[in-house]
Design a protein around this ligand. Structure first.
Ligand SMILES: Nc1ncnc2c1ncn2[C@@H]1O[C@H](COP(=O)(O)OP(=O)(O)O)[C@@H](O)[C@H]1O
Ligand SMILES: [Mg+2]
Length: 435
């Protein structure tokens, strides 16, 4: 098989690595990821959201299958564009990628099809509606743009603004820019990610993962692309089996609704949930793998990813087997990240050190010049270790962080017993409040 993959982060690095086990990979990147370039039989650097440029390069390359990975590329209809060339795709078409790209559509779909797990929300088109929604939700709200914002658009009361005036000034900004927005009740609980392969009819679920969006230890500071994540390969320590079952039902009903209203969703459906005292509620859907979560699950995948992608494109999804190990991912980010990252710093990677510690490394946003790797302003490297026990995977990855040297830092608390304990107690407390 000759498979084309579009994207150039750590998420795409592991996808490329897994595909290359039994396929030839061709890649299109917006910036050269040195590791993806090395694995690829051929690669091309361009504006990956430019459908004509991508089509021009891809045509005549005898590509059997394509996988479009990042959301801005799905949003321009790249899957549809490649299908026009006769290339089968394992990623969603534009009309169903809307489940991520249009938060208003995602909510109205859930509402119209009576899908459980929908938080209370209001569609806002003027200041008066916004004020009354904020009041209705007792000043405890999430203010959300409708479209993609690279993870930087949502503002939460108490976290990003403290009073109605500050909230309203963000509302005004969004009204001016987009003419509408969403105001949602602020949910209390623990967030988790559930990803599934979808051929449009059935879903094959991957193990649930918990990501850490906040920059600093103890979940303080700004939101980031994700500082790291963990998974036990089974249920997360703060969940019950029934929570996971409910989340699966929500996602399955969403796929069925998409098929009825638009078209079959082919690709990876990512459910971002808040586990509340009343069960799992949808924070948002993504139409792709998460980054870092892709690394937790794809490291455990025992079925050929090529076979799964082929099954997605043909509407005949095979079962996927995952080993039940625990995994911990930690991102190394440039000093000063996220507010004032220091870019263009040289870093050195000690590969024998990483392999002696049993840790894998994936390149995120770095570049190579004269045989030297440099940082950019984004996350630099993702390190991942796995082990039977979560605490062993955490110790293993933490002990490997110094195999990479340079002006970089990481969150030391991800996957530690201390933080996991806090998560369990948080959920117990919320559930206790219910009784
Ligand atoms: N209703 C909500 N209640 C509490 N927190 C929320 C709510 N909606 C979003 N958040 C927080 O804001 C983050 C970003 O929101 P999300 O809807 O995922 O938007 P995006 O990832 O597109 O920026 C979430 O990861 C979550 O931490
Ligand atoms: Mg999100």
């Amino acid at each position: 098989m000759r498979i084309l993959i579009i994207g150039n982060g750590a998420r795409e690095h592991i996808i490329t690595e897994r595909l290359s086990e039994d396929s030839s990979v061709l890649s299109i990147m917006s910036k050269k990821n040195p590791a993806i370039a090395k694995i690829s039989e051929d690669y091309y650097i361009c504006d990956i959201t430019n459908t004509s440029e991508v089509k021009a390069w891809a045509s005549g390359k005898n590509i059997d299958l394509a996988f479009v990975s990042p959301d801005p590329v799905l949003a321009v209809g790249m899957s549809d564009a490649l299908e026009e060339l006769g290339i089968p795709v394992a990623s969603p078409s534009k009309d169903v990628a809307d489940i991520e790209c249009n938060k208003e559509f995602a909510r109205s779909l859930m509402q119209d099809h009576l899908i459980p797990g929908l938080a209370e929300y209001r569609l806002i088109t003027n200041e008066k509606e916004a004020l009354s929604a904020i009041k209705e939700f007792n000043n405890s709200v999430a203010i959300k743009p409708i479209g993609l914002t690279g993870g930087k658009g949502v503002k939460i009361s108490g976290d990003h603004f403290t009073n109605v005036n500050e909230g309203m000034s963000y509302v005004k900004e969004l009204l001016l820019k987009d003419k509408k927005l969403l105001i949602e009740e602020k949910l209390k609980g623990e967030e988790f990610t559930l990803q599934a392969f979808s051929d449009g009819n059935s879903l094959v679920f991957m193990p649930p993962v918990q990501d850490h969006k906040r920059a600093f230890e103890n979940d303080e500071g700004e939101n980031t692309g994700g500082m790291g994540s963990y998974s036990t390969g089974k249920i997360l320590p703060f969940m019950n089996e029934s929570d996971l079952e409910k989340a699966k039902i929500i996602m399955k009903k969403t796929i069925d609704a998409l098929k009825k209203e638009r078209s079959p969703f082919k690709g990876v459906l990512y459910g971002q949930f808040m586990l509340t005292k009343d069960g799992p509620k949808i924070i948002e859907y993504n139409a792709r793998f998460g980054d870092p979560e892709a690394m937790n699950v794809l490291s455990l995948l025992q079925t050929s990813l090529t076979d799964i992608f082929l099954g997605i494109s043909e509407g005949k999804l095979p079962n996927a087997v995952f080993s039940s190990n625990s995994t911990v991912v930690k991102y190394l980010v440039p000093n000063g990240y996220p507010s004032k990252p220091i870019k263009d710093s040289p870093v050195s990677i000690n590969l024998p050190c990483l392999s002696s510690k049993g840790t894998n490394m994936y390149y995120a946003s770095v570049y190579e010049k004269d045989n030297q790797i440099f940082t950019t302003s984004s996350r630099a490297f993702a390190l991942i270790s796995s082990s039977k026990l979560l605490k062993d995977a955490e110790i293993k990855v933490e002990n490997s962080m110094n195999c990479i040297s340079g002006p970089l830092w990481h969150r030391k608390d991800i996957g530690t017993e201390n933080l996991i304990d806090k998560r369990i107690k948080h959920m117990d407390k919320l559930r206790g409040e219910k009784k």
